[in-house]
Design a protein around this ligand. Sequence first.
Ligand code: DAT
Ligand code: MG
Length: 140
Amino acid sequence: MAVTRTFSIIKPDATRRNLTGAVTAKLEEAGLRVVASKRIHMTKEQAEGFYAVHKERPFFGELTEFMMSEPVVVQVLEGEDAVKRNRDVMGATNPAEADEGTIRKEFALSIGENTVHGSDSEENAAIEIAFFFNDDEIVG
Ligand code: DAT
Ligand code: MG
């Protein structure tokens, strides 16, 4: 299996509770390497642009308001089969359905305040990485 990259966000519910390090430790323990990281406070344009795929969903307003509510940490993660590896350690979207040992099982507060974002395909990973990072910010 090839070494690939994925995109991650440590969401406002986690930064607010000072869990940036704890979440990053879970990612690292899962075999993912942080090759880019920055703390940002998302603008409305960034939140709505990033989640444009969900704009017809009933929770779009709630989702974008939440993502703008506090700082987040955007990261590029590298590892063997990084997209799947990250989705596995994240756990299910709804923490009530997340497996033991996953980030969302351990830390998420609700289906909305669910601690982490992770790309769902290699194609989307490339798009999402480029949305927040220039090539020279990624140091593998
Ligand atoms: P994931 O983040 O697991 O890829 P998704 O892409 O379906 O899940 O949804 C993106 C985010 O939108 C999710 O992390 C939290 C929010 N969300 C999804 N379903 C929701 C719902 N039913 N109510 C509130 N927020 C929801
Ligand atoms: Mg998703």
